[in-house]
Structures are given as C-alpha cells and as structure tokens.
Design a protein around this ligand. Structure first.
Ligand code: 5AD
Ligand code: SF4
Length: 439
C-alpha cells in the first residue's frame, strides 16, 4: 500500500465514536485506503474527537499538538479532525490551526475521500453540516475481528439536557431501519462475534414505524440465542415496562442496565431538564429489580452543576445508597458553550467540585464492594475475553450483568462460556475458579 493511501486514526470519547471510526474506515477502504497502526507509515492522520467535557477536548488538543510537531518534519501528510469537536468549532478550528487540512463532522464522513483529494491539491477540506437523515444505513462498518461488536442503531439526540453539548455536535435524533440493523447482526454473527452492543445516545427512544426499542432488541436477540445482546445508553424517562419485560424474557439479553440519573436532587434534575424526579427514578429501579432481580445497574453522576448546594450533593449520596448501583461513572460539571446551562453561573468552586466528586467515588466504591462480595459462593457464567492483564495464568471475562471476573486458565479459549464459582471480590473485579457444568 502506497503511503499516500495509508490511514492512521485515533479515536477519543464514547463508544459511539468508536463505532463511527469503523464507518469512516469502511468508507475509506471502499475508496482505496487502508488502515495502518504506525503513525510513520501513514499519509493521512485522522483524529476522531470528543467534546463532552473540557478535559476531553484538552486531551485531543494535546494530541493534535504532537501531530502538528510531526508534520513539521513530514509536510506531505494530511491531518484531519473528525467528530464532535468539529461541530463545536467548525471553520475556526481550521482557521486557527493552520496545520489541520480537513475537518469533517459526524454526518459528513461520506465526503472524506473527496476531502482528502482536495487537501492533496492544497485546498482545505471543510464539511461541517449536520443532517436530519444521515444514518450510514448502507455502510458496513469495518470492524477488527474480536468478540464484541458495536452497532449504532440511532444517531443524535433531541433531549437537550441543559448541560449537554451532544444535541449540538451530533444533531437531531434519527433511528436506523430495523432491517438494516438485523442484517448487520447477521453479518457480525457470521464474522464470529459473540456479543453485540446496540448503541445510541438514547436507545430506548428508538423507533422504526410501529417498532420501538423493545421490539428491536427482542428481534436482535432472536437472531441467535448464543449472541449476547447489550445496549446503551437508556434514558430513565423512556424505560418502559415493555422494555423491562423484554429484557427479562430473553436469556441472551444481558441483565445490565446503564441508567444515568445525573443527580439525586429534584431541584437540580429540573435545572438539568432531565424530565423525571427522584421518586419516579426510584420507582423505576424498584420495577426493574422486581422483574429482573439479578440486574446489574450503573449510572452517570454530574457533580457541581450550577447552584448545587451541599444539601443537593447529600441527596445524590442518599440516592446512591438507596439504589445500590454496581458501578457509577462520575463527572465534574463542565460548562459547554451553546447549552442552556452555559448561561447559568458556574458557582461551585473547583475545589468543592473535586471534594464532592471524591466523596461520591469513595461511597460508590464501598457500595460496589458490598454488591460484589454478595456474589461470593455463587456460580456465574462468564464470556471469556482473553488473558487477564494482571497475570498470564488467568483468564478474564464478563458476566451478563457486566461484572469483570478473573479465574485461572483452564484449557478454554476466548469466546467460550465458563461457569465460575466466585471466591473473593474487590470493588471492581470478582475472582473465582471455573467449575465444570453438570450435564
Ligand atoms: N459536564 C459534565 N459531565 C457531562 N456529561 C454530559 N455533559 C456533561 C458536562 N457538560 C456526562 C453525563 C452523561 C455522560 C455521558 O457525560 O453524565 O450521561
Ligand atoms: Fe446529552 Fe441528555 Fe442527550 Fe444524553 S440524553 S446525549 S445527556 S442531551
């Protein structure tokens, strides 16, 4: 492969961005490009960016600085920036950083081959339009072989939570057709994948004609009973009884729900425009646990949202304790231009935000430890992912409730299912020994 046709790509941010990178690679492969893993073999360097929080952008900006430096000694390379940061800065990005040759927003990836050609002729390639219809339905993502595949079932978001930049960087919500999703599921099964994660900013508002997300996930699960099906992210408002029952009804739909609550204070939830109250949310958790008692539950929490008081913070801690999540992703509030919250005063000091974050992390760690220890003595089924990072003689894999399990290697290979008896646990990992199933 000639260097000018070689692509080096780095991806930052969420799983949606990882899935988008596979779409980008597919489009470029069809135009005669190939991916390389080493920067020094590449003629085109692409960075798929994230804009969700200031620190995510800072990481990308730091990395772009490295590529700028590299370009000084390799002036022929083309540097392209993709994804959410492109929609935040648009043309300013290319005007202020002259080493960038191409910018392409999340709905403009079909133009990449043409943008690269124009950059080679010395013209800057700029494509930043958001679309109401682009779903890349006909593009088969170029995936690395493995156990787990992502399928983006929808794009964009219409919720406009007041802190969130996603509706501005990814545009309006669009669902892909059910038939193209099912086709892709059949495809990944043929390629040997054992697990699929259905992705969207708000998967449970999926709709294709009369089919909603519960219909879709049921159909995906029915394609092959041996395929594990995961999904993320769900909005509490759209978590219907029908969806909970569908998850319970199929053994291969993983009993794991990521259900971001963001705050435990009704006042802050209203300011965030989350459209539910703590009482509604706790009811939902009760409903999930009554139908799926073993469900693994995780959440997202933002700490230090404008006007958040010590009492609001305490209510968030109360909620963590009431729910007893298996895990939580915790973030310090980061003001984002264009959002509604941008015009609210960011009045919680940096030190206080950090203090609250640390407290939440510590409390959640204790809850996760307690939840994990309660599994000691139980036998749980694990999809073997491969050799554990900690030790060559151990395997690791996940339960369908999304818990990481480490156990001594026992002749099986990645992709096998193993029944493991849990013997000890810390807040992040379960440890055990494989037992042989009794037939
Ligand atoms: N500041 C901090 N966290 C944010 N998130 C989204 N926007 C912001 C922001 N401006 C968090 C939310 C969301 C997760 C993906 O990122 O918790 O669920
Ligand atoms: Fe952002 Fe809210 Fe949409 Fe999630 S649901 S992407 S937090 S606007």
């Amino acid at each position: 492969m000639h260097r000018s046709r070689s692509i080096y790509i780095e991806t930052y941010g969420c799983q949606m961005n990882m899935a988008d990178t596979e779409v980008v690679l597919s489009i470029l492969r069809d135009a005669g490009f190939a991916r390389v893993n080493e920067l020094n073999q590449a003629g085109v360097v692409l960075v798929n960016t994230c804009a969700i929080r200031e620190n995510a952008e800072q990481r990308v900006i730091g990395r772009l600085g490295d590529f700028h430096h590299y370009k000084k000694t390799n002036p022929e390379i083309i540097i392209g920036v993709l994804g959410c940061m492109v929609e935040r800065y648009r043309k300013d990005l290319i005007d202020s950083q002259e080493f960038i040759d191409i910018i392409a927003g999340p709905d403009e990836y079909r133009k990449l081959p043409a943008l690269i050609e124009s950059a080679r002729r010395g013209e800057k390639g700029i494509a930043t339009r958001l679309s109401r219809s682009e779903k890349y339905d006909d593009i088969v993502p170029l995936r690395k072989a493995g156990l787990s595949a992502w399928i983006a079932i929808m794009r964009g978001c219409n919720n406009f939570c007041t802190y969130c930049v996603v509706p501005f960087t990814r545009g309006r919500e669009r669902s892909r057709s059910r038939s193209s999703i099912i086709g892709e599921v059949e495809d990944i099964i043929c390629q040997g994948f054992k697990e699929v994660t259905l992705l969207g900013q708000n998967v449970n508002s999926y709709r294709d004609g009369s089919n909603d997300f519960s219909d879709l996930i049921g159909m995906v699960a029915d394609v092959d009973k041996n395929l594990r099906v995961r999904f993320m992210t769900s909005h509490p408002r759209d978590m219907s009884d029908k969806l909970i029952e569908t998850i319970a009804s199929r053994s291969n739909i993983c009993k794991y729900i990521h259900l971001p609550v963001q705050s435990g204070s009704d006042r802050i939830l209203a300011l965030m425009k989350r459209s539910y109250t703590v009482e509604y949310y706790l009811d939902l958790i009760r409903k999930i646990r009554s139908v799926i008692p073993e469900a693994g539950l995780s959440t997202d929490i933002i700490t230090g949202f404008p006007t958040e008081t010590k009492d609001d913070h305490k209510q968030t801690i109360d909620l963590l304790q009431k729910v007893g999540y298996d895990g939580a992703y915790t973030f310090i509030y980061s003001p984002r231009e264009k959002t509604k919250a941008w015009s609210m005063t960011d009045d919680v000091s940096h030190e206080e935000k950090n203090r609250r974050l640390e407290e939440i992390i510590n409390i959640q760690r204790g809850i996760s430890l307690h939840r994990n220890r309660s599994m000691i003595g139980q036998v749980t089924q694990v999809l073997v992912e491969g050799i554990s990072k900690r030790s060559n003689s151990d395997f690791c894999g996940r339960t369908d409730t999304n818990k990481m399990v480490v156990f001594p290697r026992n002749g099986n290979i990645a992709g096998d299912y193993a029944d493991v008896r849990i013997e000890r646990a810390n807040s992040a990992t379960l440890f055990g020994t494989q037992i042989h199933a009794v037939c």
